[in-house]
Design a protein around this ligand. Sequence first.
Ligand SMILES: *Cc1c(COP(=O)(O)O)cnc(C)c1O
Length: 386
Amino acid sequence: MPSVRVAPTTRTVPFAHPLIGEEEKGAVLEVLSGTVLVHGPKSHEFEEAFARYTGAPYAVSVSSCTAAMHVVYEAWGIGAGDEVIVPAQTHAATAHAIIMAGATPVFVDSERATGNIDIDQLESKVTERTKAIAVVHFLGLPVDMQRVIEIANRYDLKVLEDCALSLGATYHGWHTGLLGQAGCFSFYPVKHMTTAEGGMVITKDRNVAERVMRTRAFGIDRTPAERSEPGIYDVTMHGYNYRLNEVQAAIGIEQLKKVPGWLATRRWHASRLREQLASVAGIRQLGADPGTAGAAYCHSIVLEEETWSRPEVVAELNRRGVGTSVYYPRPVPHMTYYRKTFGFTTDSFPVAAEISSQSIALPVGPHLSEEDIRYVATQVREVCSR
Ligand SMILES: *Cc1c(COP(=O)(O)O)cnc(C)c1O
């Protein structure tokens, strides 16, 4: 075999990994040393802290963002025969949750500048079956909610915000998740903060908050603390086991305290990358609309020159120690299950497809140093100028 001389990588910059500190470990041990593992004070404390941080009247913890979206649709009475409009460019969970509720997802292509749902195409997707619009703040870049809400109001539709990647993002001063009727968050390991697995619903609607509180726990009418006689309760609605447990909530409380500092680091890193990549020809950088503050989940570039093969650019960046990811590898309607179930073809949703096939998510965040970010920018500049 001929030996290939490979330049040594001078640095390894992982795309993302969770940051669990001594505070989280201590909080977990404290829960494990007690006797209350579910339905305890930690989940209430976490919900209150999350409501304070986002400015939400109500925050209800659940086991994942997927669970959050599912129970919100159920709380709205959305089910069989109903349609929910959803962006093609998102995590499969955003569409799966609609199917979990028994409804049908109706996909919309992306806009080029942000990767968010193309609002110009929204109205043409509304039918007499449409009950809600789900938006995703793509990679933490807030959707233009005022335009979405105008359309929703015109047709009397609910608006669900998938905020899995937008913790900390604001739209004209409002935290994402508070513009529509419900916002759903994820605490999966590589999101802005983690509880290993976990989620949260925020809402201004007391009825939605109360329904989610019941459906996350089997539809039982009272929690153990609310029972006057131990073990005695009634089931007043259909429900699930979608609770966040005390161990997870204890991690969440400690993580949330660190979010403001982490968010500042993410935004600073993203702005450094944006500046240092501005002069690179043939790439476009996804960016937030005026009046919004993104949550800078990552910094996403789109290779615009067709001569560039993304697999080659990614392989070269990875070889140089730059961790990357792709959001998302295919538009959801192009995934095998959705093609088979709904008959979508791969020539549909062209802008979402371009983002899937030509974008590269670059790392930012508190696991990285300023030198790491400079290194990433230098490597991207070199690789993309060859
Ligand atoms: C991660 C993610 C989800 C799924 O979150 P879970 O907590 O794992 O259910 C949903 N939507 C988007 C946009 C995501 O990035």
